[in-house]
Design a protein around this ligand. Structure first.
Ligand code: BEZ
Ligand code: FE
Length: 300
């Protein structure tokens, strides 16, 4: 490299750095200190990205068109921005930052777009399928705090896809199925009938799906069942349990939600095996899974 090339490069770097410095300084008089920190750090990281990849103007236009498309398919039933955050691992990183590991508390994972408020209540031992089809699955466990004390009355929200990989909100008839809430009993125990989870794809017919296809990534999620557990004085737990042995575990989860501690055995029972509550599942297999939930205290 000639000296003059080096000088030109130095001058170019100085021009770029002066711009970064001006943008960062433009937020200097933000009165909310947290907003100031967020905006200045965002400016630094965005500019570092542009400079590192030497972003072209065409690529900038493509990025704007992509974000516009993400906005255009987003409405009150579909949140493509959250999906984008999910597939970039941004949701899981935010969860990691906000829910630090605490003793043996159950780990958190991604919330996902399919939770619905006001799902019906089922009694302990009830059935959450509500007509959704799938292999019956008996799920049971305890809810305790990190001292090992039971948490009676903990509210447990559960939701899952049917055997075709669809949540009720994806049905066209508006019925509620595959979701419910129940309360842990006086000993902190819970149990319910659901369905053995199956792997399924995240919605991939929009711009996020196109991005996954363009980068040769799969939209598939590892088979799972969602939980959200709330109790006074305890940190709200949003998590899933994943099915041990699901081949999708090897291939990876499209939203990076899997944590080893959340992989559980769903043990298949041969036809005719008596069920724990004596209910009749007919001449078919069923499965059972044990999931003990440990809640971290609200204030750590
Ligand atoms: C889900 O769990 O169903 C899900 C999570 C993140 C993105 C899309 C779907
Ligand atoms: Fe899900």
């Amino acid at each position: 490299m000639h000296t003059s090339d080096t000088e030109t490069l130095d001058e170019q770097m100085a021009i770029e750095q002066r711009l970064v410095d001006s943008v960062v300084a433009s937020f200097d008089s933000t009165t909310d200190p947290r907003l100031k920190e967020l905006m200045q750090s965002l400016a630094r990281h965005l500019h570092a990205f542009i400079r590192e990849v030497r972003l072209s103007e065409g690529e900038w236009s493509n990025a704007i068109a992509f974000l516009t498309a993400v906005g255009n398919v987003t409405d009150d039933r579909r949140q493509e921005f959250i999906l984008l955050s999910d597939v970039l691992g941004v949701s899981m990183q935010t969860i990691a930052v906000g829910n630090p590991a605490y003793k043996d508390a159950t780990e958190s994972t991604v919330f996902g777009p399919f939770f619905v408020e006001d799902a019906p209540e089922v009694a302990v031992g009830g059935d959450i399928a509500g007509g959704a089809t799938g292999q019956p699955c008996w799920i049971e466990g305890t809810v305790t705090d990190t001292m090992g004390n039971p948490v009676p009355g903990a509210r447990i929200e559960v939701w899952q896809a049917d055997e075709g990989g669809f949540y009720d909100v994806q049905y066209s008839d508006g019925r509620i199925a595959g979701r419910a809430h129940l309360f842990a009993d006086a000993h902190g125990r819970y149990r319910f009938w659901g369905m053995t989870p199956v792997p399924y794809p995240i919605p991939s017919d929009g711009p996020v799906g196109k991005m996954l296809a363009a980068t040769n990534r799969s939209p598939m999620r590892v088979a799972h069942l969602h939980f959200m557990v709330t109790a006074d004085g305890q940190r709200t737990l949003v998590t899933h349990i994943f099915v041990a042995g699901d081949p999708q575990l090897e291939r990876g989860d499209s939203v990076f939600g899997v944590k080893d501690s959340l992989i559980k055995d769903f043990v298949e029972q041969p036809p005719g095996t008596p069920t724990p509550d004596g209910s009749d599942v007919g001449d078919r297999t069923w499965s059972r899974c044990k999931f003990d939930i440990v809640l971290a205290p609200e204030q750590i």
